[in-house]
Write a protein that binds this ligand. Structure first.
Ligand code: SAM
Length: 186
């Protein structure tokens, strides 16, 4: 197995105070992360949002670029936005990937800027684990101040935080996604 999909989670995520919140969809996230997913051969980008109006916004963005005037203007972008799968919750992601097996049929890997929730796996180890993964792997990216504990604690693997030379640690989710995919698949 290899990396089947990535997920951009808007609930449950954390706010600055550590409370569980729902964040708004950012257009740029959809474009950048789907372009990265396409580049590295990831099959789907799941956009998880419980609010129907927000899902409608994402669906409109996708249809503009996949079947609307955007496709005519920039055909390459259409190939990326085709990967979007816009769903209400994580259970919908698991069902889409694994069918009736649901959560049991998916290997969930999480990402975070800090290793606050226990042991993490290096990218070097994760890269080889990916090649021999017995189940489809889904990597989850958060928004706001990161994935809620309920997701991180349920993960099968927690990827180590991406670190640079400096102690500045404020990557966007878009940048973190691209770096993660390159370290695992590049
Ligand atoms: N403090 C938050 C955290 O610990 O994840 C940062 C949230 S950041 C704005 C949103 C998402 O980008 C995170 O949930 C994670 O998926 C990703 N991310 C940001 N910085 C990262 C890093 N240094 N390493 C890995 N992922 C990172």
């Amino acid at each position: 197995m290899t990396l089947r999909a990535i997920g951009l989670v808007h609930y449950p995520v954390l706010d600055r105070g550590g409370e569980t919140v729902t964040t708004a969809i950012t257009n740029l996230d959809l474009h950048d992360m789907s372009r990265s997913a396409r580049t590295y051969g990831v099959e789907e980008l799941y956009v998880v949002h419980p609010v129907a109006a927000q899902r409608l916004l994402a669906e409109r963005i996708q249809s503009h670029w996949v079947s609307g005037s955007g496709k005519k203007r920039i055909p390459d972008r259409s190939l990326a936005l085709e990967l979007l799968r816009i769903v209400p919750g994580l259970d919908d992601v698991y069902a889409a990937i694994a069918g009736p097996a649901g959560r049991r049929g998916v290997s969930i890997w999480t990402t975070a800027a800090s290793a606050r929730s226990g042991p993490v796996t290096s990218y070097a180890s994760a890269r080889s684990l990916l090649q021999q993964a017995p189940l489809p792997v889904l990597i989850l990216f958060g928004t706001g101040w990161g994935l809620a504990a309920s997701i991180v604690e349920d993960a099968d693997l927690r990827l180590e935080p991406i670190r640079g030379e400096s102690d500045y640690n404020h990557l966007s989710v878009r940048a973190a996604c691209a770096i993660t995919l390159d370290r695992l698949l590049g």
